[in-house]
Design a protein around this ligand. Sequence first.
Ligand SMILES: CC(=O)N[C@H](C=O)[C@@H](O)[C@H](O)[C@H](O)CO
Ligand SMILES: CC(=O)C(=O)O
Length: 274
Amino acid sequence: MVNGTTGEGLSLSISERRQVAEEWVTKGRNKLDQVVIHVGALSLKESQELAKHAAEIGADGIAVIAPFFLKPWNKDVLINFLKEVAAAAPALPFYYYHIPALTGIKIRAEELLDGIQDKIPTFQGLKFSDTDLLDFGQCVDQNQQRQFAFLFGVDEQLLSALVMGATGAVGSTYNYLGKKANQMLEAFEQKDFSSALNYQFCIQRFINFVVKLGFGVSQTKAIMTLVSGIPMGPPRLPLQKASREFTDNAEAKLKSLDFLPFTGLKDRNLEACS
Ligand SMILES: CC(=O)N[C@H](C=O)[C@@H](O)[C@H](O)[C@H](O)CO
Ligand SMILES: CC(=O)C(=O)O
């Protein structure tokens, strides 16, 4: 999922967003199962332009957050906005990106989904970045007849969402904790719930540690750089670069949890979980 929260999509210019989307689609060909472009914007026109562009370059889908400055105050208005964006790319699967803590739009996803396909025929699913598992569970429960994708976006709680019927996950920490998350998914699939819980706790130990230090998009990028060796570059204002102190602490924690390869700490490592 390109140009969302972690990619600072809303801080990029439209031409930058087009460029990043093109790169992902081109470089991802035959490597990635799906490239979904986030095309949400405050300007409906820009959002439509980006949706059209995503279709032209051969993306697999588009995602949209709620407009967050002049706000839709009820479900119908929000749907009307989303519908106009979706209509600009009528052949592309459409995902609503529900992230109320950042948009301030608290319209419950379960309500939004009620009858949404009548308005948005390309509606394909939801990226759900909220901790309200009642809302999430009801999205799944009320749409069992439809083949929607329910993608969960609170990485530290993914296991609970899997129990509720999540069909996938999209999150920032999978950029560097993907292996642990895959092990958890595998254990869940095998119905080995105690191992799955172990993996989730292990992921939580790391996230809990960095949350206490102050964790956001800048910090995520610093950790991505650290783990992958691929420089993510500094974040753009109003975000500020993560401090050296943060990165050092995060690195030490990753090592103690054995999340970094070749750290040679294995024997004296009490925290690590396998
Ligand atoms: C607000 C935010 O950035 N949410 C991300 C995805 O939506 C998550 O992946 C979190 O970064 C992650 O769950 C850590 O809290
Ligand atoms: C993590 C994610 O989905 C995002 O950055 O938007």
